[in-house]
Structures are given as structure tokens and as C-alpha cells.
Design a protein around this ligand. Structure first.
Ligand code: SF4
Length: 237
């Protein structure tokens, strides 16, 4: 049984009702990211992980200050830019990460060539399901300012599996991120300074012009805007 087959009202996290989650979001809206991570660690660690894309290590920097042993998950689709894999190694050594790499098994014909709109679900999301087995909650560095499709992202929510999803940087602006990177000497993916403000797999990521939506280079020329990793729980009406 996968997590998605499990009933949404599993006993896990049952005390975190929508009302409690609403109150937490009110409280955390102006809170430092470190406080949000500390709450998640206190409540869920070690059944908590952090998913990282290796675009930058801001959330890893914040999270490892709260809990050095926090599990960091990286999904290796087999299609990352060399710069992303180089950043992974830099970050791993810098923070001595408790790193879990989930690797997509190689295929004779890549799904992105035959069915690009389902490739993320077939590869990325399947590995995320593996990563979240046995977990109560997970964190990501998703931010509202990254894209129109993310403008309503909540700091704390329940994902489509019923797990608690925490986005400690949801309210951060691009300037907040740049300031934190400079102040804390945080490693970043070198592609960020080469026209790639949002970095995914190389077959689906293009550089963008200055001033364009940061995520417009992702799946450019298709309707797709998200890979499906960050879907929230939708109550049945
Ligand atoms: S970003 Fe592209 S190559 Fe990577 S999993 Fe998604 S569709 Fe496949």
C-alpha cells in the first residue's frame, strides 16, 4: 500500500485539525524561518524530512542549525544538470548532511521523451512517495514569490497524503533569499547566475530573460507549471 492509498484520516497528526493549522499559519506568518523549523523538528523529528532541489542551500542552512541530523532528501532523476550534482556534493560536505538520495531507475527510453507531461509523476513523485514512507511531516523551500502558481502557498498545510507539509520560507521574497545567502555564505547552484532562476531537470529547464517569471523556463512551451510534488490535501465537497 502506498501512502496515497492510506486513509486520509489516519491517526497520525489527527490533532492538527484545519483550525489548528490555520492558527499556526497566522502565528508563523511573521516568524523567523528558524522558529518554524524548530517547531517542526520538536514535533516530528525524526519522522520528518526536508526535500532539496539543490538550487540553493538556504533551507538546509536554517534547518541544520535547528537539527544537524535532519534527514535531507534529494531525488536523482538521472537528468540533473552537472552543476546541480556538483552543488549537492558541496552542500553535503559543508553541512555533513544526513543525506538520502533516491534514484530513479534508468529506463531504455526516457519518459520525458515519450510522455513529458507524466514524466514527473512517473519518476519524481514516485520517489517522493518512497521518501515519505514512515514520515509524519516534510519540509520544502517552496516560496510564494517564486511563481504565480505558488502565490497561495501556506507555511503549514496537510498534503494530499495527509502528512503535514511545512514551507518555512513561504513568505520570503527573492531579496530575503539573496540577503540570507550573502549573510551566511550559503552555497548556491552556479546556474543561478547563468540565467536559470529556477532549476529542474535539464530536458525541462531553459534559461529565462531578466524580468521574466522565474519559473517560466520550466516545461517551457507546455501548460505544465508544477511537477506535482507539492499538492495539498483537498477535502471532498
Ligand atoms: S522535470 Fe522533466 S525530466 Fe525531470 S522528472 Fe519532470 S518531466 Fe521528467
Amino acid at each position: 500500500m502506498t501512502l496515497l492509498d492510506a486513509p486520509i484520516n489516519d491517526p497520525i497528526n489527527q490533532d492538527l485539525s484545519e483550525e489548528v493549522i490555520f492558527d499556526l499559519n497566522e502565528k508563523f506568518e511573521k516568524a523567523p524561518a528558524g522558529d518554524i523549523v524548530a517547531w517542526a523538528v520538536e514535533r516530528f523529528h525524526p519522522q520528518l524530512c526536508l526535500t532539496a532541489s539543490m538550487q540553493d542551500a538556504v533551507l538546509i542552512d536554517v534547518a541544520t542549525k535547528a537539527e544537524p541530523a535532519i534527514e535531507v532528501v534529494f531525488i536523482d532523476t538521472g537528468y540533473h544538470f552537472p552543476e546541480t550534482l556538483q552543488t549537492l556534493e558541496t552542500v553535503r560536505h559543508r553541512y555533513g548532511l544526513n543525506l538520502r538520495i533516491l534514484t530513479v531507475p534508468p529506463r531504455d527510453v526516457p519518459v520525458w521523451q515519450t510522455a513529458p507531461l507524466t514524466c514527473c509523476a512517473a519518476d519524481k513523485v514516485e520517489q517522493l512517495e518512497r521518501a515519505l514512507m514512515g514520515k509524519l511531516a516534510w519540509m520544502s523551500g517552496l516560496r510564494r514569490q517564486e511563481a504565480f502558481s505558488r502565490r497561495s502557498a501556506r507555511i503549514v498545510s496537510r498534503d494530499k497524503r495527509g502528512l503535514i507539509k511545512v514551507n518555512p520560507l513561504a513568505s520570503w521574497t527573492d531579496l530575503d533569499v539573496q540577503g540570507y545567502i550573502a549573510d551566511h555564505d550559503v552555497p548556491v547552484n552556479p546556474l543561478l547566475t547563468r540565467g536559470y532562476p529556477s532549476i529542474g531537470c535539464w530536458p525541462c529547464t531553459r534559461p529565462v530573460e531578466p524580468g521574466q517569471d522565474a519559473r517560466s523556463g520550466r516545461w517551457a512551451g507546455t501548460e505544465k507549471t508544477e511537477c506535482g510534488l507539492h499538492e495539498e490535501y483537498q477535502a471532498k465537497k
